[in-house]
Design a protein around this ligand. Structure first.
Ligand code: NAD
Length: 432
């Protein structure tokens, strides 16, 4: 099939690469000309496990193309997938629809023969109707069906999730559009649940899912706080809870709070929609507040560990919001570092993949190291924020020689507590 994808970011690029790998002819479009230039030159613009090889293979065999011209990308496409950003509005915190609206307006003039327009971006309930109206107003002769096709990929596992989705949700009442989408996902039909719903249900499924997952993380973080005070161990508690199939064992890992480009903005947008419909979404509001407060609490915990705040050196391992990705958007690590900087703490940081993007956010306010041993040299405290496998391999003997004060705060429970303590290093995990 000929597929056009508008927006070549964390969703658009892996989706484009995935459909190209399945033998489709995919054109990825972006208004960011530098990004398109870089992709055309064979340089990938984001890190995801396994993405580079498939990207190179499919650009070479011609299945995957890039352009900044909407016309070139869309004119021969049977299906146009919109995957532009929907960041939080700076004031109201609702999903900011400016990129979606602009893409819809620009797209309208190229819809003169039948196409399916599918919105993969996470968008407020009713957006399908809104975008359909925008297109019809711009081009009364347009021939298309509007579909909601929410994306559920996890950053860090984008390629795996593309080929192994838990479910594909398709919001449309059009039989014609359904036929096109079922061809698009023909390779998945035997192994994946494909759920057809009305458009508004599909749009709601995305927000409800992300809100639920954010609440699950917030819940286990609150339980971790409780365990710290009560003498229980959150790892044992989470294991015991997870054995109940109604609860499930995933998303029960305590940490520094949820982050990334989805949960923070999607919970805020859901809360905003609740207010619009006069529904008290109290659980979601509590998760939003609890997750924000958690970063202050963690910054305070860190400060309590260092005696002489003005002269203390702190090493931060991990700046990405989670492992497997270089994405630092809304990363708790970045927020907490900023809070620590307001107390003038000296900070050195290392992340195996996210250094470039972290530098954009933190600039020269901190020092950057080339590896974890360089990072922990002469520090008074080591703080772990991201669950990279590399950090699990930390050589404790070497670490204890390098650190000025031997003290680790591990906000991912990544290291083996007993081994660390045996090596003579002071250690605190989360919820234990
Ligand atoms: P992103 O910021 O990484 O990428 C968006 C891209 O769209 C950018 O490259 C931008 O230049 C481009 N763009 C903006 N307006 C455009 C236009 N008019 N024409 C062409 N390109 C345009 O965003 P993302 O993380 O890929 O997220 C995209 C959407 O998918 C959001 O709604 C997000 O909530 C949703 N989503 C993201 C994830 C994730 O893990 N990142 C997962 C599921 C859903």
């Amino acid at each position: 099939m000929n597929i056009a994808i508008i927006g070549t970011g964390y969703v658009g690029l892996p989706t484009g690469v995935g459909f190209a790998e399945l033998g489709n002819n995919v054109t990825c479009i972006d208004i960011d000309e530098n990004k398109i230039k870089s992709l055309k030159e064979g340089n990938i613009t984001l890190y995801e496990d396994g993405l580079l090889d498939l990207f190179l293979k499919n650009t070479k065999n011609g299945n995957l193309n890039f352009t900044s011209s909407l016309e070139d990308g869309v004119k021969n496409a049977e299906i146009v997938i919109i995957a532009v950003g929907t960041p939080p509005h700076p004031v109201t915190k609702e999903a900011d629809m400016k990129y979606i609206h602009a893409a819809a307006k620009d797209l309208a003039k190229y819809l003169n023969n039948y196409k399916v327009v599918a919105i993969k971006s996470t968008v407020p309930v009713g957006t399908g109707d809104e975008v359909e109206n925008i297109i019809r107003q711009e081009n009364p002769n347009s021939d298309f069906d509007m579909v909601s096709l929410p994306e559920f990929l996890r950053e860090g596992f984008a390629v795996y999730d593309f080929f192994n989705p838990d479910r594909i949700v398709v919001g449309t009442n059009s039989i014609k559009a359904r036929e096109v989408i079922s061809r698009l996902y023909a390779d998945f039909k035997d192994k994946t649940n494909i759920l057809y719903t009305n458009r508004r249900s599909s749009e709601t499924i995305k927000y409800a899912s992300n809100s639920f997952l954010a609440m699950k993380i917030h819940f286990i973080n609150e339980m971790a706080d409780f365990c710290e005070q009560s003498g229980a161990d959150i790892l044992e508690v989470a294991k015991g809870m997870g054995l109940d199939t109604r609860i499930g064992n995933r998303f029960l890992n305590p940490g520094p709070g949820y982050g990334g480009s989805c949960f923070p903005k999607d919970t805020l947008a859901m809360a905003y929609m609740g207010r619009q419909y006069n529904i008290d979404l109290s659980l979601i509001n509590a998760a939003i507040k609890g997750n924000d407060d958690r970063k202050d609490k963690i910054a305070n915990k860190i400060k309590l560990e260092v005696k002489d705040i003005k002269n203390a050196n702190i090493a931060i391992l991990g700046l990405a919001f989670k492992n497997g990705t270089d994405d630092c958007r809304e990363s708790p690590a970045i927020d907490i570092v900023n809070k620590l900087l307001s107390d003038n703490l000296n900070i050195k940081a290392y992340d195996p993949k996210a250094m470039d993007l972290a530098k954009v956010l933190l600039g020269d306010k901190i020092k950057y190291s080339n590896n974890m041993y360089d990072c922990i040299k002469d520090v008074d405290l080591l703080v772990i924020f991201t669950e990279w496998d590399e950090f699990k391999e930390l050589d404790l003997e070497q670490a204890s020689k390098l650190m000025r004060n031997k003290n680790i705060l591990d906000f991912r429970n990544l290291l083996d507590k007993d081994r660390v303590l045996k090596s003579g290093v002071k250690y605190k995990g989360v919820g234990r």
